[in-house]
Design a protein around this ligand. Structure first.
Ligand code: GLC
Length: 481
């Protein structure tokens, strides 16, 4: 099958969050399936273009018509990828390669990604790669199914399009004149792009694509409710017949405690005790906490954003540290008030709390390995990957039972049996504290049961093999329709 995966980010080239990780592993997993040809198209961001590790060759160039604009696109093929995925970058100085800093948030993102969406379709034509299936992701590539249906059908007569929602919070809203000025679609598409008198590209994608997926089964169900759907519950409800949840995997080659080059010691489920003890001691030392093997070390690697459940943690943090002999370590950047809170907390409890307000992948790995307990109280979580990373490294998760957290962390009882981690049902600080307390008690009072749970977590298969197979089943369903 010929598959084109289109996305605004993909590790290792450019990544701002979980989407980038998925775009690293999913295309590779699809390419491992015999008979598949997989193309991945990404924007040529400045930091990719300037990185000598990514050697490319320009294979096509053309202009993209975007309303009244004619915008250049250069197609650069990556030369040194060895896993069978053909990677192409779309080069445009004005929209991507000439801009510094963050991937998103430039004020004209709507136009930048409408351009990218259209350029991807033009690139597939220029490359003479007319796919059976296009898989596109989140609001940035949400214009693709609508462009495909409205303007590219003759060039892609049999191509089916899957739209995947990684996070419905960001929908690609624009003012109503965006429809004519940038998208320049035929008037009969005005209705599907319209939402409350403005333009919403994610809404249009849900309506015009052949299948909608999201990144966990529970999140697919949650999207029917206003609380989770951020205004799109009605649109999702109408599209329910074509909506499926496929829980993400993680790249188990990259996230592997036996080989991860960032770790001071390596281990697997059989050698967990010694390996993790070494990683924990090194981590405590690295972040300036007392090196104590017996004290439970709670960790979190996260964007410091509200929906990650940080308000719950802030609410109970002092009580948690006063009442329990435990340590807490946070790594991440984000909203200023959270950065300030955790910095203050670390100052107030120097023997118990540490905050690293930075983005550091190596340290993130050392935290997954050196921690005992991983906190993820997200308010909502489409899938979440770090709880799986944590389990892969034998760190027991304590999570809010929502979205992908619910699907990947079945709850244990107070003896640590029957599941993979500790969960709480309602989004409430006391309930979070209760779950944490049960976990801390298991750690302290039943060390063998805690160790067994760590081993069970490490032995789970979180690889992409199963989800990639499910994507294939849906691709076939679309083609058979
Ligand atoms: C988004 C979601 C996260 C998910 C990731 C990859 O970042 O917020 O829950 O794991 O996409 O699908």
């Amino acid at each position: 099958m010929k598959i084109a995966v289109l996305a605004s980010e993909g590790a290792p080239y450019a990544k701002s969050g979980g989407l980038g990780d998925v775009m690293e592993a999913l295309p590779a997993a699809l390419a491992r399936i015999p008979g598949n040809e997989v193309v991945l198209i990404l924007p040529y961001y400045k930091k990719i273009k300037e990185n000598p590790a990514y050697e490319t060759e320009q294979v096509a160039q053309f202009n993209v018509a975007l309303g009244w604009r004619q915008q250049y696109a250069g197609i650069h093929a990556l030369k040194n990828r060895t896993d069978g995925v053909r990677v192409y970058f779309i080069d445009n100085l004005y929209y991507f390669a000439g801009r510094d800093g963050v991937l998103y948030g430039h004020g004209d993102d709507g136009e930048r990604y409408a351009y990218f969406s259209k350029a991807c379709l033009d690139a597939l034509v220029a490359l003479d790669f007319i796919p059976d299936v296009i898989q596109c992701n989140d609001w940035q590539t949400a214009p693709v199914p609508t462009f495909l249906k409205a303007q590219y059908k003759p060039l892609f007569p049999h191509t089916k399009c899957m739209f995947t929602i990684h996070n419905i919070e960001y929908q690609g809203w624009a003012q109503s004149d965006f429809f004519d000025d940038v998208l320049a679609l035929p008037w009969e598409y005005r209705g599907c792009l319209d939402m409350d008198g403005a333009v919403n590209v994610m809404k249009a994608a849900i309506e015009t694509c052949d299948l909608v997926t999201t990144v966990s089964e529970s999140y697919a169900r949650e999207l029917m409710y206003p609380y989770y759907a951020h205004g799109l519950d009605g649109v999702i409800g109408n599209a329910a017949w074509k909506l499926t949840g496929i829980t993400n995997g993680i790249d188990t080659d990259i996230f592997n405690p036996e080989t991860d080059p960032a770790l001071p010691a390596h281990y697997n489920a059989d050698t967990l005790a010694a390996g993790k003890a070494a990683c924990k001691a090194a981590l405590q030392q690295e972040v300036g906490l007392p090196v104590r093997p017996d004290v439970p070390l709670m960790v979190m690697v996260t964007r410091l954003a509200g929906h990650k459940g940080l308000d719950l943690l802030c609410h109970i943090a002092r009580r948690l540290l006063w009442e329990n002999d435990c340590q807490l370590l946070i790594l991440g950047t984000g909203e200023h008030h959270y950065e300030q809170f955790f910095t203050d907390l670390a100052r107030e409890f120097p023997d118990q709390a540490a905050a690293k307000i930075t983005f550091n992948l190596g340290l993130a790995s050392r935290i997954y390995a050196g921690g005992d307990i991983y906190l993820m109280p997200s308010k909502s979580e489409p899938c979440g990957l770090s709880q799986m990373n944590a389990m892969r490294y034998g760190t027991v998760p304590v999570v809010h039972a929502t979205g992908g957290l619910k699907d990947t962390v079945p709850p244990v009882d107070e003896n640590g049996q029957g599941g993979l981690g500790f969960t709480f049902q309602s989004y409430n600080a006391d309930d979070f504290y209760g779950a944490l307390k049960r976990c801390l008690d298991l750690y302290t009072d039943h060390p063998q049961a805690f160790r067994d749970l760590q081993c069970t977590d490490m032995r789970q298969d979180f690889s992409w093999n199963i989800p990639a197979g499910r994507y294939m089943t849906l691709f076939h369903q679309m083609l058979d329709r």
